[in-house]
Design a protein around this ligand. Structure first.
Ligand code: G3P
Length: 217
């Protein structure tokens, strides 16, 4: 399973990259705004910086909701680096744009996926990734992880190459459950990724090993 970090924060991206487990980065307009990155040219330059830090795929989201605008923005963003994956919202124009980019060998990530039907349409249009949002479904008392299972089944039935990029991860268990279901990728905040490191028996076990070593010296 690939690990992406879901942030536009350069320090956190660097920390995850230095950990040696990072396969890519996802951002969205809200995450950019959270870092105070506003204005098209600042956002463009920020994507450049992210691509310089990581080796893998970097999702860069279009703002336009019109087909022509999505194509123009996506083509512009894709010139930053081969790492850029154009992130397109799940709308009718978005599906058309996914097909356009697929025909032009530009990688895409279809975002705001909340149903298996949406994921199926994105896959049919040639999306490289679909991003189902687990946490936001959980937030409205729906079952985000069931959506991942359903999409997994649909994609496996027809051998779609589109990768399931599970997003809107809220905690460590979401990551574990995604891995058990067979999600191809999870994108998560740094806190959820490094949270996987922790176990009290590891801490107490290490303490005992070090204490015992001291006794023998
Ligand atoms: O990047 C998209 C997704 O991960 C958003 O997560 O926490 O805003 O629901 P969240």
């Amino acid at each position: 399973m690939k690990f992406f970090i879901d942030t536009a924060n350069l320090d956190q991206i660097t920390e995850a990259q230095n950990l040696g487990i990072l396969d890519g980065v996802t951002t969205n307009p809200s995450l950019m705004a959270k870092e105070g990155i506003t204005g098209n040219s600042n956002i463009f330059n920020h994507y450049k910086k992210i691509c310089e830090i990581v080796d893998g795929d970097v999702s860069a989201e279009v703002i336009s909701t019109e087909f022509n605008g999505m194509v123009e923005e996506g083509n512009h963003l894709s010139k930053i680096s081969d790492q850029i994956v154009v992130k397109i919202p799940m709308t009718k124009n978005g599906v058309k744009a996914l097909k356009y980019f697929s025909n032009n060998n530009i990688k895409t990530n279809c975002t705001l996926i909340f149903s298996p039907g949406q994921a199926l349409l994105a896959a049919k249009a040639g999306a490289d990734y679909v991003s189902p949002f687990i946490g936001r479904l959980d937030d409205i008392t729906s079952d985000g992880l069931s959506l991942i299972s359903e999409i997994r089944q649909v994609f496996d039935n027809y051998n779609f190459k589109t990768e399931i990029l599970s997003a809107s991860i809220r905690h460590n268990m979401h990551i574990i459950d995604c891995a058990k279901i067979g999600s191809d990728v999870v994108t998560a905040p740094l806190s959820s990724i490094v949270g996987l490191l922790n176990h009290p028996l590891t801490d107490s076990g290490l303490k005992k090993f070090l204490d015992d070593h001291k006794k023998g010296n």
